[in-house]
Write a protein that binds this ligand. Structure first.
Ligand code: GLU
Length: 478
């Protein structure tokens, strides 16, 4: 049977890059083996639901180029794909567990649970539900139900059969002692199921074959396996993806920078670069290659090449990748991507001239949002070098001699361009008797206003003779 996988986010906010990684790995896995990719919204925790989060997830995923075969927008044969629209399905399955004696009503109040936890902490015991309602007699349960006592439903963890074992595709067999596992709440007082029940029921009914998700869900997997067993269902295969870490190896969090996919988009990262970067967080091609398109990833991806070790989210690496992907675009394609960041003054220019400017600065862009700053040298005619260290390089007697010679040599020329600039500078060298760095550094600073940047003759051509002369005169006056 062709694999069926799902991405099952809870609509509690933006799409975290960890979620994007999980979704991407499911997508690559499905697309690499002719499988089906499903989107399911897990919105059973109504208290955590955030307005607009579903739309945000959809738009971030669409931006990244991840497509689904079944889901809330496209439908499919296993819907609805939003858990809050499936409440009767969960209710029925909770009833089954209750009638089989695999689950029980729990009448403990918040206060009792808090007291239980505090007592356990005091006695230095692990904090978990102590099973007191599991031990109520049938008569006691009946009486409380008849009196309308509010309750949740908990599943039973089995303690008599030894350890639970999860056979994970990435980590191999992992065992959990039943004493580590809570009698999980599966149905809440508000009639909504918890994630654990809903996701198991849906994964089964939606015929999911592989559950690929973040490592933080590994400790929940024994509970899920127990539910599969109670229902008499074959569980899917599990693959838990390694944690994403901050450079200091703590768990990746908002505190240390951006983690929302849309923030990367807004900062001017290409979707190609973010996808490439995120793909390498846990997966590797088995060799030194680092740059991949989505199509190449689909061809190369396999779960066997996903490692267990946590992956560091290295922003410098993402910047490098973004630069590589920008270099890989044609200048025309880049122009389109730059549109949201293109300064209005630049948009007002002759398109052919703007194209020349962008061609010159293209390879220096790390983020698309750098474009305004990079074009500053062309767009801001009266700009001047401010940094005192750079001003010092432009005010030496040698630099002044260079500027004077330049003004004299350039004056008779009709225009400055890539062809005649080299000759011009030879004349300047001769007249000023300054060569090498002493010649080029002040000239570059005077004309481009920066120490590094695109090739000086090409910049001079775009700026035109008048602007170049004006800038050199300005530099001479410093
Ligand atoms: N709804 C869960 C989440 O938000 C999904 C976990 C799973 O994939 O089983 O991450």
């Amino acid at each position: 049977m062709a694999p069926r996988v799902r991405f099952a986010p809870s609509p509690t906010g933006y799409l975290h890059v960890g979620g994007l990684r999980t979704c991407l790995f499911n997508f690559l896995f499905a697309r690499s083996c002719g499988g089906t990719m499903i989107l399911r919204f897990e919105d059973t925790d109504q208290t955590r639901k955030v307005e607009g989060a579903e739309e945000n997830l959809l738009s971030s995923l669409a931006w990244a180029g991840i497509t689904f075969d079944e889901g809330p927008t496209q439908g499919g044969g296993f819907g609805p794909y939003v858990q809050s629209q499936r409440l009767p399905v969960y209710k029925e399955h909770v009833e089954t567990l209750l009638s089989q004696g695999d689950a029980y009503p729990c009448f403990c109040t918040e206060e009792e649970l808090t007291a239980m936890r505090e007592d356990q902490i005091k006695k230095k015991r692990p904090t978990r539900y102590d099973g007191r309602c599991r031990r109520l007699s049938a008569g006691e349960v009946q009486a409380k139900l008849a009196a309308g006592t509010p309750h949740v439903v908990r599943m039973k963890i089995v303690h008599s059969q030894g350890d639970y074992q999860v056979n994970d595709l990435i980590r191999g067999p992992v065992t959990f002692s039943p004493s580590q596992i809570d009698d999980q709440v599966i149905l809440k007082t508000d009639g909504f199921p918890t994630y654990h029940l809903a996701s198991v029921v849906d994964d089964h009914l939606m015929e999911i074959t592989h559950v690929i998700r973040g490592e933080e869900w590994l400790p929940s997997t024994p509970k899920h396996l127990q539910l599969y067993q109670y229902f008499g269902w074959t569980p899917p295969q599990f693959a838990h993806l390694p944690l994403l870490l901050n450079p200091d190896r703590s768990k990746l969090s908002k505190r240390q920078g951006d983690v929302a996919t849309e923030e990367f988009k807004e900062k001017g990262y290409l979707k190609e670069a973010l996808v490439n970067f995120v793909a390498l967080l846990g997966w590797n091609p088995g060799d030194e290659r680092e740059l991949f398109s989505m199509d190449q990833l689909v061809q190369e991806f396999s779960l066997e090449r996903v490692g267990k070790a946590g992956s560091v989210f290295d922003l410098a690496k993402l910047g490098w990748m973004n630069q590589q992907h920008i270099k890989g675009l044609t200048v025309e394609a880049l122009m389109e991507r730059l549109d949201p960041w293109m300064p209005l003054e630049a948009k007002a220019l002759d398109p052919a001239l703007l194209l020349k400017m962008v061609t010159l600065v293209k390879d220096s862009l790390v983020q698309l949002s750098d474009i305004g700053e990079k074009l500053g040298l062309f767009l801001n005619p009266s700009a001047q070098v401010q940094d005192p260290a750079l001003v010092a390089l432009m005010t030496t007697p040698e630099a002044k001699a260079v500027f004077r010679a330049f003004l004299e040599e350039a004056a008779p020329l009709e225009q400055l361009n890539g062809q005649n600039f080299g000759e011009l500078m030879k004349g300047v060298a001769k007249k000023s008797e300054v060569k090498g760095k002493g010649l080029w550094v002040p000239m570059r600073l005077a004309i481009t206003l920066a120490e590094h940047g695109p090739e000086l003759p090409l910049v001079a051509e775009i700026l035109g003779k008048a602007t170049c002369l004006r800038r050199v005169e300005q530099a001479l006056a410093l």
